[in-house]
Design a protein around this ligand. Structure first.
Ligand code: SAH
Length: 374
C-alpha cells in the first residue's frame, strides 16, 4: 500500500464504476470487483479470479484493499473474544473487538482514532482527538470480523477443550457476523458522514448485505446527531450514554452535558422515538459511590418516568455497565451488590433494565478500555 493508492473500501459501487470506467472498463467489471470485496470478502487481488490478469495488475498498482495495518491480534475467552490493534497510514492506532456468543457474533468497531469528548471514566478519552476514520476504514474492521467469525466457526484458533465462561460449543458457533456496534474508539456522530457511508455500504443488499437492525450506534449524547439519525432511511439501533440522573453529576462525568444537558437530550430522544417508532436504549456505567447509590437509581426512575419519555417508557431500556478499570483513573467499579440493587430499583420502578455481559476484560477489550496500545 502506498499513499497514492486508492482504498477500494472507500468507494461505493458508483465510485468503483467511475474508477474502472476511467480505465476503459465496462460497468459490470465494477460489479465483479464489488462482489469480490463484499460477498466473497477477499483480501488480495489474486483471488479476484473473474477479472482478467491485466485488470488485476492495474488494480494492484493503483489500489489497495484496505489500509489498516494489523499490529497485534489478541485473544481472550478461549479465542471467542478477539481484539485487533490496527495502525492507520498516518501512524495512529485504533482497535476493534469481536465477540462470539452462542448463535451470534458481534463486532465493536472504532469510528475515530482517539476521541474529543473527554468522558472522565473512558480510556479512549485520555488520548484526546487524533483523527477521523474514513468510511473504508470503518468498513474494513467489519470485514475483518466477518472473516474471523468464519474462522471461529471452522474451529480456527479456539481452545476446544476449554469450558470456561465465553466458550461456545461447536454446534452453536455462528457461521456469520450478526451485529455491528459502533461503540469502539471515538464518537460516530462526530464523524457522521463517513460513519453513515460505512453503514450504507455494509447494508447494501448487493454487497455485504447486513440488515439495518444489525447495527447499533452509541452516542455520548450529541443532539444534532440524534436528530439527523431520526431522518435516515435505515432503521439502525440507537444507544445513548446517560451515566447520571442529574446535570451536575453528568457534567462532571461527561463534559458534553454542558452543551446538551439532560432535558434537551431526553427531548431529542423522545422526538427520535416518535419519528422512527424505534426503541432507544440508555447506557449507564456504574462507578462505585459516584453514580451508583440508591438515590441515583430512584432519581433515574423519576427522570425517565416524569420526563419527556414518560409515556413511552416501554420503548426504552437501560443497560447497566459496571465500569471497566482504566489505568491511572481514580475510580472504582461498582461492587456486585450495588449493581444488583441499582438494577432492582429500576425494575421496580417499571424501567426495563439489564446488566451488560462482560467480555474481553482480560485483554483490555471491554467497554471503555480501548486506548490503542495493544
Ligand atoms: N462515543 C460513544 C461510544 C463509546 S464506548 C458513546 O459515548 O456512547 C461505549 C460505551 O462504553 C459508552 O456508553 C461509554 O460511556 C462506555 N464506557 C466508556 N468507558 C467505560 C469504562 N471504562 N467501563 C465501562 N463502560 C465504559
Amino acid at each position: 500500500m502506498t499513499d497514492e493508492q486508492i482504498n477500494l473500501y472507500d468507494l461505493d459501487l458508483p465510485g468503483l464504476t467511475e474508477l474502472v470506467a476511467g480505465w476503459g472498463e465496462p460497468a459490470y467489471r465494477a460489479r465483479q470487483i464489488y462482489r469480490h470485496l463484499y460477498v466473497q470478502n477477499v483480501v488480495d487481488f489474486e483471488a479476484m479470479t473473474t477479472l482478467s490478469k491485466a485488470l488485476r495488475e492495474k488494480l494492484r498498482r493503483d489500489c489497495c484493499i484496505g489500509n489498516l495495518e494489523p499490529v497485534r491480534l489478541q485473544q481472550g475467552d478461549a479465542g471467542f473474544t478477539r481484539k485487533a490493534l490496527w495502525k492507520l497510514p498516518q501512524g495512529e492506532t485504533i482497535e476493534s473487538v469481536l465477540m462470539i456468543y452462542p448463535g451470534r457474533a458481534t463486532v465493536c468497531v472504532s469510528s475515530q482514532a482517539g476521541c474529543p469528548m473527554g468522558c472522565v471514566f473512558c480510556a479512549t478519552a485520555k488520548l484526546g482527538f487524533l483523527r477521523d476514520l474514513t468510511a473504508g476504514q470503518i468498513v474494513e474492521q467489519v470485514l475483518w470480523a466477518a472473516r474471523e467469525t468464519k474462522a471461529v466457526a471452522e474451529g480456527e484458533g479456539v481452545d476446544a477443550l476449554a469450558n470456561g465462561a465465553g466458550v461456545v460449543a461447536p454446534e452453536e458457533r455462528p457461521s456469520r457476523l450478526s451485529n455491528v456496534v459502533f461503540m469502539g474508539m471515538g464518537e460516530a456522530f462526530n464523524n457522521y458522514d463517513a460513519w453513515w457511508d460505512s453503514v450504507e455500504r455494509l447494508h447494501d443488499p448487493d454487497g455485504f448485505n447486513m440488515g439495518a437492525r444489525s447495527f447499533t450506534v452509541s452516542t455520548v449524547g450529541l443532539v444534532p446527531g440524534i436528530r439527523r439519525l431520526a431522518k435516515e432511511s435505515l432503521p439502525v439501533n440507537l444507544a445513548i450514554s446517560l451515566h447520571a440522573p442529574d446535570d451536575e453529576l453528568r457534567s462532571a462525568l461527561m463534559p458534553v452535558n454542558k452543551a446538551y444537558p439532560i432535558q434537551e437530550l431526553l427531548q431529542a430522544t423522545r422526538e427520535y422515538a416518535e419519528e422512527t417508532h424505534r426503541r432507544v436504549s440508555f447506557e449507564y456505567v456504574l462507578l462505585q459511590e459516584k453514580n451508583d447509590a440508591m438515590e441515583h437509581a430512584h432519581a433515574l426512575v423519576r427522570l425517565l418516568r416524569d420526563g419527556p419519555l414518560g409515556d413511552r417508557i416501554q420503548w426504552t431500556h437501560v443497560n447497566l455497565i459496571p465500569w471497566n478499570p482504566v489505568p491511572g483513573t481514580p475510580l472504582e467499579r461498582s461492587h456486585r451488590k450495588r449493581v444488583e440493587a441499582f438494577q432492582s430499583i429500576l425494575r421496580s420502578g417499571g424501567i426495563p433494565c439489564t446488566t451488560r455481559m462482560e467480555r474481553g476484560t482480560e485483554i483490555d477489550a471491554a467497554c471503555g478500555q480501548l486506548a490503542g496500545q495493544g
